[in-house]
Design a protein around this ligand. Structure first.
Ligand code: APR
Ligand code: ZN
Length: 235
């Protein structure tokens, strides 16, 4: 089982030009969570919700992985059984860096290039296209009720079970680019042998003193320290 668990958030994709959520100018300043990312919004506010995810999905097309994604992808290939890469992000930058979707990288909150049948749950890829309900029919049950494959606030997040399993015998916990407002990283840092925190700045939701190494700098800079810490730990 994995000994190194790397949990990333929006911050790891910031330098690839993808907005974070809670920083100034972040997505939750432009859109309200209640309108586009809350359980029930597909019923109460479907058009605006689909537009929100269409816009983010289409914007993915020209985004490239940065050095942080690439170095973590290389490490994962070098230590496939000892490193687990888990992300809260719904972008495909780890996949573009060469990792296999849902095999090498686990997405806790869904995946923008995929959509999901609301009748049978079947998930399939539409790439960077708009989810235009008129021509999106479930390949499995022919339903026309298709939604973004995104976990919204208040909905079940089935991959959290996987996170829990991987944390069971985690010995080195690495946090990159998350404010800790959704996944409680303090609890995890408290019980693992060693932990590394990399964010741009302190977060009210994270107790930095629980972490052995704290790097308040861009992930593209911190990644060298993080990578050598992981290599030393595994060698
Ligand atoms: N390098 C490292 N960290 C960065 C960088 C960077 N270049 N840029 C920003 N950060 C850090 C910020 O310091 C902040 O702590 O990334 C974090 C971004 O925090 P949030 O915007 O809250 O994003 P995240 O923690 O991923 O949100 C978690 O909330 O809205 C939901 O489902 C959504 O997955 C998301 C979840
Ligand atoms: Zn279906």
């Amino acid at each position: 089982m994995a000994k190194v668990v790397i949990l990333s958030g929006a911050g790891i994709s910031a330098e690839s030009g993808i907005n974070t959520f809670r920083e100034s100018g972040g997505l939750w300043e432009e859109y309200s969570i209640q309108e586009v990312c809350q359980v029930g919004c597909l019923e109460s506010n479907r058009t605006k919700t689909l537009e929100f995810y269409d816009k983010r999905r289409m914007e993915l097309q020209d985004k490239e992985p940065n050095i942080a994604h690439k170095i973590l992808a290389k490490l994962k290939k070098k230590f496939p059984n000892d490193i687990v890469i888990i992300t809260q992000n719904v972008d495909n930058l780890f996949e573009k860096a060469g990792l296999n979707h849902n095999i090498d990288v686990i997405h806790l909150h869904g995946f923008l290039p995929n959509v999901e049948c609301e009748d049978c749950g079947y998930t399939y890829e539409i790439g960077y296209n708009k989810l235009d309900n008129s021509n999106n029919i479930c390949p499995k049950c022919s339903s026309k009720k298709i939604r973004p494959h995104i976990v919204m606030f208040g909905e079940m997040a089935p991959m959290y079970q996987k996170l829990e399993e991987e944390l069971y015998d985690c010995e080195l916990f690495v946090v990159i680019g998350t404010s800790g407002n959704v996944i409680g990283v303090n609890t995890i840092a408290n019980f693992v042998d060693k932990s590394i925190l990399n964010n741009l700045e302190p977060s009210d939701a994270i107790e930095e003193e629980l972490f052995d190494i704290v790097l308040y700098q861009k992930a593209s800079i911190a990644i060298d320290t993080i990578a050598s810490e992981i290599e030393n730990f595994l060698n």
